[in-house]
Write a protein that binds this ligand. Sequence first.
Ligand SMILES: Cc1ncc(COP(=O)(O)O)c(C=O)c1O
Length: 389
Amino acid sequence: MKNHNYGFATRAIHTGNAADKETGAIKRPITLANSFVLPDDPTDLNWSSAGGSLYTRNGGPNQQYLQERLASLEGGEDCVVLASGVAALSGLFFSLLKSGDHIIFSSITYIAVYRLLNELFNNKFNIETSLIDTSDIAAIEAAIRPNTKLIHIETPGNPTICINDIAAIANLAHKNGALLSVDNTFASPYNQRPVELGADFSVESLTKYINGHGDALGGAIIGKKQYLDVVRAQAQVNLGGVIAPFNAWLIMRGVATLPLRMRQHNENALKVARFLESRSEVRFVAYPGLESHPSHALAKKQMSGFGGTLAFGLHTDHNGHNQFVSRLQVITSAVSLGHDASLIVFFGENDERMYLFPKEFHGGFFRFSVGLEDAEDIIRDLEEALGGR
Ligand SMILES: Cc1ncc(COP(=O)(O)O)c(C=O)c1O
């Protein structure tokens, strides 16, 4: 089903699927074999080529079906799916950048981006890196150099839920001959589509909302084929970051219900954010759907929903935050986000990146991925834990 005029929910279910030619099964099967029959004369084959039916590290059917679906949902020309969100991020940086290039990246990103760009790519490969508060357009502009190749942002950003202006940063990047990549994991393509807003790449940890059930890792980059062909050849075939067929199949199944799940995540998170904001024990709540969020107006402009993840802190100390978590019954203390179940993580005041976060975060805070349970049960769980249970 290639017709992109269908609505989002229709494409989330049908794009990349077809009846199985051999059996008539209405869902395509999982192809676990890792090798494919060669043509009669294989000597002309390029063993390092991506795609086709050669060897699963060069590309397999389940990966390809998922790529087709995600390219459509993100409104991009092409998609490459890799083993994890970090495989997608590192694969993109590795494929686009070379020694002597400069990258500007946001001070609020998933920790692996900080590690890759602040510690590894600069020291190992002589790539110049600038860590910038990318919610400040003037600060980005001032950081641009003649060799700036890429600007990388995350919006909403992990873990402070800050919002960056995708269209304005894309404009600035392009005016200066640079590309823009946006980590869209917190929003998912249901709530926000960076490529349609002018970004060159949307990067997703499929592990989160897109799979949605906490049982598979995956990552994707959506953008122009001319760049993604390079990612496929370098990050997938040569670095080997390919996704397992079973994970691709699981994510294909998960994404079919993305619209339904995101509507519920959006609704539950807004209810929970409003509840938390009403409580005297709560020091602050960061959620782009709240009028109190400093970038609420921008979020309304570029997102159609505000997502399921928020941050908040309590008027208590380190131990008090931990005791609060120990009283929760419905909400689980675990990393990751975008699952069916609600997940909460405490970031203590000694977190190594705390100096990069706004002042209200400095006393320690929670990142809270509001799940798909009944909102009333999530709120009661928080209420009882706040009250000392
Ligand atoms: C915003 C964001 N991007 C990327 C990643 C990494 O994804 P993965 O765990 O699938 O490698 C995460 C993981 O938490 C994330 O929150």
